[in-house]
Write a protein that binds this ligand. Sequence first.
Ligand SMILES: Cc1cc2nc3c(=O)[nH]c(=O)nc-3n(C[C@H](O)[C@H](O)[C@H](O)COP(=O)(O)O)c2cc1C
Length: 302
Amino acid sequence: MSVEVSGVEFEQPVLLASGILGSTGASLNRALRSGAGGVVTKSVGPHERTGHPGPNVFVDDSDEYALNAVGLSNPSTAFADEVEKVEGPTVVSVFGGTADEFAEVARNFEPYADAFELNVSCPHAEGYGVDIGADPDLTQDVTAAVADAVDRPVWVKMTPDVTDVTRIGVAAQEGGADAVVATNTLSALAIDVESGRPILGNVHGGMSGSALKPVAVRCVYDLYEALDIPIVGVGGVSSAEDAVEYMLAGARAVEVGTAVRDAVGVLGEIAQGVEEYKRRKSLSHDELVGRAHELAPEGGEE
Ligand SMILES: Cc1cc2nc3c(=O)[nH]c(=O)nc-3n(C[C@H](O)[C@H](O)[C@H](O)COP(=O)(O)O)c2cc1C
């Protein structure tokens, strides 16, 4: 079942996504015990931040999507005390407002990280996230700064909020990224019809869950055509079928966020189901990854 992504070996191709159960060593270890092949921590930055006022998470009644505007709350370097407790492959998610800040945070966490994931894609924190990751030049600079600063694989997490995600992916690759992760949440807003007020304290938030999946699968598919480095898929994975869909599009591994909030055991179930699919179809992992490109109808490209 094990899979290698950018030189890091994961027991399963199903990882915990950043920001969900990722704030303490105990909860990260719980995800590993529940079947995650590895974990991505909550994003950590150069300064302590309290985040946005509540409500900062809203789950729609349909269960098709959730919105969040947590606002990159994090304890900065104090977070190292939690990350060092993790007993499995650990991808440390970092953010900053400049290339130097990204590099500084990565350097501080290098002893505890098997790889870094650069959050250049959070849609609800001004001056951070998507303010960098929607710009190819800034994305390349930030990636290059971290790749120079640390001796660990660098993954760059894409925003779906751009016209052409491959421009950002190519910029990350040129900056020295070892993998890209697609995608972070999609910028979104919900209004309570009775009160007439926006629901989130921050008004704007990021959409995750099932409704994000076709958007993120499209990003993975297009990135697979454009890049030579591996891709990790994330967005709306809640079943083995969802994970397989990402792999057919070109993802070597997937991350799961919203679906683990209530049921952390889903991580192991998804990994098991992916194995069963490969057995049923007599496919190796390498044969599964990107297979939809070989099977796509003629003339189906943009
Ligand atoms: C409550 C919450 C907090 C999140 N925090 C982070 C974060 O700190 N850093 C990050 O890169 N992504 C963060 N994300 C985005 C997820 O890692 C993931 O990219 C997104 O939710 C899509 O996956 P999902 O549909 O499986 O949740 C967060 C998502 C949620 C719902």
